[in-house]
Design a protein around this ligand. Structure first.
Ligand code: PBG
Length: 326
């Protein structure tokens, strides 16, 4: 048998667990995970989300217990989504000072003051149209009139104690508008996590059921990005950082890891979140339920791929299950 050189032997470093651990470049940790929480009106109710096995919509009175549970698991951050009592053309339930999200923020802060609370700032669950902005008679989504409302939403969340507001509607200048509104009310400590790079994706399907926010006509392609584009993502990030975004997000995560990597390499100072979205969760849960793949192994691999691509933080529905195992 020919004797190959022993100098070029990567397998040498894979022989034992401590050796593999020595060369491991990325590690999952609960502190890298943010858990999305859906809040619905009512009392003492935990409504299962059919397309997202293991996920629920909770009423405000159940949030204190939930927050304590998360804290016990080492999860320090939540992202809140609200399902309102009513919808109208302007989505006015979205900025009510005693609306579902302000109540949820207060309930969590009362129970676990250290919990970092981020809130989704968008209109799609609150408008009759199900669009992320207000619409005219022809069904066009109007950019600047929507900004006025996004400001009101952000202020209502900030007044309740939110630490981070996360505009997700992909309206032009949403970050600038929200920063200005927060500063004008003395809320300079509230940070902005911009969904800067949000693609028009099929993977939001289960979420729209969960948050009751599916567009009633048309689609989101006039505001969300075309999945074919990567250079455009850099432009979106640069604009949002220039407008005062403290952190930015790439969403969905899995089909766009190249975009995360591109941002990480070209704009190294950006704090980058990945959103491991509902469809990514459901896809994996469905396959695991069929016995077609091993869930924990697959989840670890998927989440680690986001770290490898350069994400600083991952928003994921797997956070609770995963944190319990880390
Ligand atoms: C609201 C919003 C969406 C998601 C987060 N914020 C849905 C959408 O844009 O249709 C999706 C999250 C997920 O799928 O888990 N604009």
């Amino acid at each position: 048998m020919y004797r190959f050189s022993t100098a070029t032997r990567p397998r040498r470093l894979r022989q034992t667990p401590p050796m593999r651990s020595l060369i491991r470049e990325n590690r999952l940790h609960p502190d890298l995970l943010t858990y999305p929480v859906f809040v619905e009106p009512g009392r003492d109710t935990r409504t299962p989300i059919p397309a997202m096995p293991g996920q629920y919509r909770l009423t405000v009175d159940l949030l204190a217990r939930e927050a304590r549970q998360l804290q016990a698991l080492g999860l320090a951050r939540v992202l809140l989504f609200g399902v309102p009592e009513f919808k109208d053309a302007r989505g006015s339930a979205s900025y009510a000072r005693e609306g579902i999200i302000p109540k949820a923020v207060k309930a969590i802060k009362d129970a676990v003051p250290e919990m970092l609370i981020m809130t989704d700032v968008c209109l799609c669950s609150y408008t009759v149209s199900g669009h992320c902005g207000i619409t005219d008679a022809q069904g066009h989504v109007l950019n600047d009139p929507t900004l006025d409302i996004l400001q009101q939403i952000a202020l209502s969340h900030a007044a309740a104690g939110a630490d981070v507001v996360a505009p997700s509607g992909m309206m032009d200048n949403m970050v600038q508008a929200i920063r200005a509104a927060l500063d004008a009310e003395g809320r300079e400590k509230v940070s902005i996590l911009s969904y800067a790079v949000k693609y028009a994706s099929a993977f939001y399907g289960p979420f729209r059921e969960a948050a009751d926010g599916a567009p009633q006509f048309g689609n989101r392609s006039t505001y969300q990005m075309d999945p074919a584009n990567r250079r455009e993502a850099l432009r979106e990030v640069q604009l949002d950082l220039a407008q005062g975004a403290d952190m930015i997000m790439v969403k969905p995560a899995l089909s766009y890891l190249d975009v995360t990597w591109e941002i990480r390499s070209r704009i190294p100072e950006a704090l980058v979140f990945n959103y491991n979205v509902s469809g990514e969760y459901s896809m994996l849960k469905a396959a695991a339920a069929q016995g077609w793949l091993q869930e924990e192994h697959a989840v670890r691999e998927v989440l680690t791929s986001m770290l490898r691509a350069g994400a600083d933080q991952i928003i994921t529905y797997h956070a609770k299950d995963m944190a319990a195992r880390l």
